[in-house]
Design a protein around this ligand. Structure first.
Ligand SMILES: *[C@@H]1O[C@H](CO)[C@@H](O)[C@H](O)[C@H]1NC(C)=O
Length: 231
């Protein structure tokens, strides 16, 4: 009777495969952790340290905790050397977003090359919707440094995958603006130029000189430009 051992062998394979699938780590969650209650309005004054913000007392919650009117108008693009202005509507401005895993921002770009310089959002994928103007946008893959870029017009949408370096630049003669959506209550923004050349305390010149394959004079020049107070 060779049929029974063969059946047992097949059964053993099915059991082993099923066990492997169950025991393998579950796929990671590509966004903020899920919420455990209806609302947890951020108490931005609390000193309690948790992943996010502590919830304020339910009795103190008002509609204003879920409201923000700051995205209607253009930000001041003259206030930055890059000619762009980011206005966030994240948990810091809208405390009701705490634990909800979403946020928005508006970005304005000055005519003639206003730039949102290369940066990453460690905690969110970003989707931009062009309100006005023409923009050159792009991101670079981590796998092989491939630039994925194109030009956007009003009404267009573009995606910057979580954690990847990306930029937007005004390619037109008039003002440009986008509305951004994020799958995080606070995506975090790390600008590459500032992180490397305007950190406090400073990154050693030797580190930057070798990383960028230039001399320390060039490094000091960039540091001085990005942090004029130290020059
Ligand atoms: C915009 O920023 C510039 C530079 O900081 C400042 O001089 C100007 O007053 C600001 N404009 C408005 C409308 O706030």
């Amino acid at each position: 009777m060779a049929a029974i051992p063969s059946l047992l062998r097949r059964l053993a394979i099915v059991v082993a495969t099923t066990a492997m699938v169950i025991l393998l780590p579950s796929p990671s969650v590509a966004g903020d952790p899920d919420l455990l209650q209806d609302i947890c309005v951020a108490d931005l004054t609390s000193t309690v340290k948790v992943n996010g913000y502590a919830c304020k007392a339910a009795a103190a919650v008002t509609a204003d905790d879920f409201y923000f009117s700051g995205l209607g108008g253009a930000g001041n693009t003259s206030a930055s050397a890059y000619g762009s202005a980011v206005t966030g509507a994240n948990v810091e401005k809208v405390p009701g977003l705490n634990t909800l895993g979403v946020s928005m921002s508006r970005i304005d770009y000055a005519p003639g090359g206003g730039l949102n310089p290369p940066h990453t959002h460690p905690r969110a994928t970003e989707m931009v919707f062009v309100l006005q103007g023409t923009l050159d946008v792009g991101f670079v893959t981590a796998a092989n440094n491939r630039l994925v870029a194109r030009t956007l017009a009003p009404g267009d949408v573009f995606v910057f995958p979580r954690g990847l370096v990306h930029f937007q630049r005004n390619a037109g003669d008039g003002p440009a603006a986008v509305l951004s959506a994020f799958n995080s209550q606070l995506p975090g923004t790390q600008s590459l130029a500032a992180a490397l050349f305007a950190a406090s305390p400073e990154l050693p010149d030797a580190v930057l000189a070798k990383a960028f394959q230039v001399g320390t004079k060039e490094v000091d020049k960039i540091k001085a430009r990005l942090a004029p107070k130290k020059a």
